[in-house]
Design a binder for this molecule. Structure first.
Ligand code: ADP
Ligand code: TRP
Length: 332
């Protein structure tokens, strides 16, 4: 039997290169060999209080972008989280076994609490519990996500294991991270000197972005005054430029600039021009497909409702089992 894969993205803006190379390219690669569920985590995005208009626009955009990236709704199940209420029921049950201390210690909670000190809501605290419910409701074996989600995935395993142990039934398998090349989980860097590329970091290069804007962003990337000694270790902003180049450019292009760096002959301007063109060659066909699909409301609605139907069948099956082992299902 095929193993199950699940992953999701919050609809808080357009997909960027971090989302694509951290997660979405794995979705596209895995869809034919696994039983795949890809969803839009609209309930998760409520922690930051989007307006109803922004939420709707975000959901539609991410749906169109998933499809434009090559996820095929005939083979993978694509759905919107809020269309599957079984998820929030499981979330309620899992909350009874999630402890304040462990939730407060989660890095993503601490970061968010720092970023939005006036809105440290309970949804933010229990974010990893909802994410665990998303994953285990379909008994997922693999979860393709970027490095930033490693801890949340660890929490999902912890909650699944705790449930199995408490009720003495092996209801849930342990969900493992899936990496594209079988190596480390990916972290796509931003080009602003340090850290990851992200929507909240404000340093995203988007799949939907206009080529002229991509060129501008890449040309503004932080660099330094250049190496002064042969084979010098690269400082973080330069390493980041190379990391991104390794992702989008061919190996000989990377080798060329690497050699230039090691000989202290590198011209960052030339490297950035090349990087911008390689990003644009990658994003342009996706951008065209997004433009084709995103106004086709009838098609998007059909994909979403068929996906919801399939996801609910799978979720219902697990929830029936969960209710039974918990003693919630009426047996008399
Ligand atoms: P963002 O971080 O832009 O707000 P999300 O948190 O919704 O995006 O992330 C959606 C998916 O994209 C997750 O699997 C996450 O790990 C992945 N992802 C986001 N940014 C990066 C990045 N810079 N590198 C690798 N993966 C990333
Ligand atoms: N927390 C993920 C993020 O911010 C999104 C997400 C929600 C997710 N539920 C999930 C990812 C389940 C994988 C599996 O990126």
């Amino acid at each position: 039997m095929k193993k199950t894969v699940l992953s999701g993205i919050r609809p808080t803006g357009n997909l960027h290169l971090g989302n694509y190379f951290g997660a979405v390219r794995s979705f596209v690669k895995m869809q034919h060999d696994y039983n795949c569920f890809f969803f839009i985590a609209d309930i998760h995005s409520l922690t930051t209080h989007p307006t109803p208009e922004n939420l709707q626009a975000g959901v539609k955009q991410v749906l169109a972008e998933y499809l434009a990236c090559g996820i095929d709704p005939d083979v993978a199940t694509i759905y919107i989280q809020s269309d599957v209420p079984e998820v929030t029921e499981l979330y309620t049950y899992l909350n009874m076994n999630a402890y304040l201390g462990e939730l407060e210690r989660t890095t993503s909670f601490k970061d968010k609490a720092r970023q939005q000190p006036d809105n440290v809501n309970a949804g933010l605290l229990t974010y990893p519990v909802l994410m665990a419910a998303d994953i285990i409701i379909h008994k997922a074996n693999f979860v393709p996500v970027g490095k930033d989600q490693e801890q949340n995935l660890e929490m999902a395993r912890k909650f699944a294991k705790r449930f199995n142990h408490m009720y003495n039934h092996r209801v849930f398998p342990m969900p493992k991270p899936y990496t594209f090349d079988g190596k480390d989980m990916v972290k796509v860097p931003g080009l602003d000197g340090s850290g990851k590329m992200g929507k909240s970091e404000g340093n995203g290069i988007y799949l939907y972005e206009d080529p002229a804007d991509i060129r501008k962003k890449v040309m503004r990337a932080v660099t330094d005054s250049g190496p002064t000694q042969p084979n010098q270790k690269k400082p973080e902003p330069i390493e980041n430029l190379f990391t991104l180049m390794k992702i989008v450019s061919s190996p000989d292009v990377v080798a060329f600039f690497d050699e230039q760096y090691n000989n202290c002959a590198i011209r960052y301007g030339d490297m950035k021009k090349q990087l911008a063109e390689d990003i644009i060659s990658f994003t342009s066909p996706i951008r065209e497909r997004i433009l084709e699909i995103r106004d086709n409301d009838a098609y998007l609605a059909k994909v979403a409702s068929e996906g919801a139907e399939r996801a609910r069948v799978s979720a219902r099956k697990t929830l029936d089992e969960v209710r039974k082992v918990m003693g919630i299902k009426r047996l008399f």
